[in-house]
Design a protein around this ligand. Structure first.
Ligand code: NAD
Length: 488
């Protein structure tokens, strides 16, 4: 939570309202100056090559791992999340950083490609060069894991980064940038700019080579429109309304556990958190009983923290009220669950599919559970959403089949959110959830420019690209291609 005070703003502990830090509101001029400084740093960083960068990224990684408790305290102070959850996001971020640094050469270094028969005299290769300066705009819900999903991969690919953290978590951003500067003191390869939306907007027009945005779909659209003015490419990681499917043969205990964790951990403020559940009618009653039993044991303030952003409390209340007014029932929680800072777990059933609680991102500790006649209906309802980020399937026999039919960027089978911890897997969405990919080889390439090179090894017997080309050559090539490709 933040308060504007002139040229600086305060970050606030959302659980207590106490001020925990003061940070500058960077102006458009200051953002431009940061990007200009990053341009020089980018040349140096790129010149280090994969090994030089990996060594320096390992220093930063080691500092993050050694000083975990210190950074966790900053995360908890600004988001209100429990220390264990702060550590979990940090652990995953460190794994991703290690993977990106280790695999950058293999994924981005020179790779041979087949030149094809007509140009068999050529050696063809592709390699992935850094873009230059990447602007990263981050959210507050996972203030380390989420921005590092872009920052680690952009740095490993050889770019300098200017990072604008959320106005709710500037202290976490400051900590990360300071730790990087200690590990890599030579040049400002990772810089921080702080402030509100205007500072983020300034970054989109400050001359960066790409913007990696993570936040709401509404802001993502503004970022894309602004970046379009200079044809600056963007990767948009936006929100979700992630479904979880429970098949008739599912392990109900595990499915209920995943539902409760996926929906309520981090107070439901997880882009790929579970918001809707579709359950086969044969196991619906047994599954709901298990979820209710587990949800009753989850305590706001103990198992998860407060709502980090005060305005989200109203959204959660509206979604619950709408669901109840339209015939839904709260088996756990309900409108009384929404407090001033904390929201208790809420399990909703019998909610019409066109309610805001089913259609829009709630981003709170609530979940809707609906009965379906079969898994075809579950797939149809799950896919009937403007979002397409993550999904989960619980099924013993049809996990892969159902996962493939879900129109989301990633699906976890028989475990909650497992894809987010596997560094080699790309992560991203479609529709209102955005586009482009972070993490994995695709995440490295998102921050690189493919460079194709064709090197001639010897003069071709058949010269096609010369005015010296003869009619005879043309006839030979015509016949050859007709013979090769003319058959069906
Ligand atoms: P938000 O869109 O309000 O803000 C995100 C960032 O954009 C902040 O740093 C903000 O200052 C900045 N910003 C605001 N206006 C801007 C503008 N006009 N130009 C440029 N930058 C601007 O989102 P939030 O509330 O911080 O984060 C929550 C959202 O993020 C949820 O929708 C959640 O699902 C999503 N999210 C997505 C992922 C993912 O990987 N897909 C991960 C985490 C969170």
């Amino acid at each position: 939570m933040t308060t504007l005070t002139g040229e600086t703003f305060e970050s606030v502990d959302p659980a207590t309202g106490a001020v925990v830090g003061t940070h500058p509101v960077h102006t458009a001029d200051q953002v431009e100056a940061a990007v200009a400084a990053a341009r020089d740093a980018a040349d140096w960083w790129a010149s280090l090559g994969f090994a030089g960068r990996a060594e320096r990224l390992a220093r930063w990684r080691a500092a993050l791992a050694r000083r975990m408790p210190e950074l966790c305290r900053v995360i908890t102070a600004e988001t209100g999340k429990p220390a264990g959850d702060a550590q979990l996001e940090l652990v995953l971020a460190i794994e991703h950083l290690a993977w990106a640094a280790k695999h950058a050469r293999k994924e981005l270094g020179p790779q041979r490609r087949a030149p094809g028969m007509l140009l068999a005299n050529q050696v063809a290769s592709v390699e992935y060069h850094p873009l230059g300066v990447v602007g990263v705009i981050g959210p507050w819900n996972y203030p380390v894991y989420t921005p590092l999903g872009s920052i680690s991969y952009a740095l490993a690919a050889g770019n300098a980064v200017v990072f604008k953290p959320s106005e709710y978590t500037p202290g976490v951003g400051r900590w990360l940038a300071d730790a990087f500067a200690e590990a890599v003191p030579e040049h400002p390869v990772l810089q921080l700019v702080t402030g509100f939306g205007a500072t983020g907007a300034a970054l989109t027009t400050a001359g960066v080579d790409k913007i990696a945005f993570t936040g709401s779909a509404a802001t993502g659209k503004k970022v894309m429109a602004s970046a379009a003015e200079t044809l600056t490419p963007v990767v948009i990681e936006a929100g979700g309304k992630d479904p979880l499917l429970v098949d008739a043969d599912a392990d109900l205990e595990a499915a209920a556990d995943a539902t409760v964790w996926g929906a309520f951990s981090n107070a439901g403020q997880t882009c790929a958190g579970v918001e809707r559940v579709y359950v086969h009618e044969r196991v619906y009653d047994a599954f709901v009983d298990k979820v209710v039993d587990k949800a009753r044991k989850v305590e706001a303030g103990e198992h998860y923290g407060p709502m980090t952003m005060p305005s989200q409390v109203d959204v959660v209340r509206k979604h619950i009220d709408d669901a109840l007014a339209r015939g839904g029932r709260a088996l756990v929680g309900g409108n009384g669950a929404v407090g001033e800072r904390f929201v208790r777990p809420t399990v909703l059933v019998d909610v019409p599919e066109d309610c805001s609680a089913v259609r829009e991102e709630t981003f709170g500790p609530t979940v809707t559970i609906a009965k379906v006649a079969d898994m075809d209906e579950a797939i149809e309802k799950a896919n009937d959403s403007p979002y397409g980020l993550g999904s989960t399937v619980f099924s013993k026999s049809r996990g892969m089949e159902l996962a493939r039919r879900l129109r989301t960027g990633q699906t976890a089978i028989n475990a909650p959110l497992s894809f987010a911890g596997i560094a080699s897997l790309p992560f991203g969405g479609s529709g209102e959830s955005g586009f482009g990919r972070i993490h994995g080889p695709e995440g490295l390439r998102e921050f690189a420019r493919p460079k194709s090179i064709a090197r001639q090894r010897f003069t071709a017997p058949i010269a096609l690209t010369s005015f010296a080309r003869s009619k005879r050559t043309e006839a030979i090539v015509g016949k050859l291609i007709a013979k090769l490709h003319g058959k069906r």
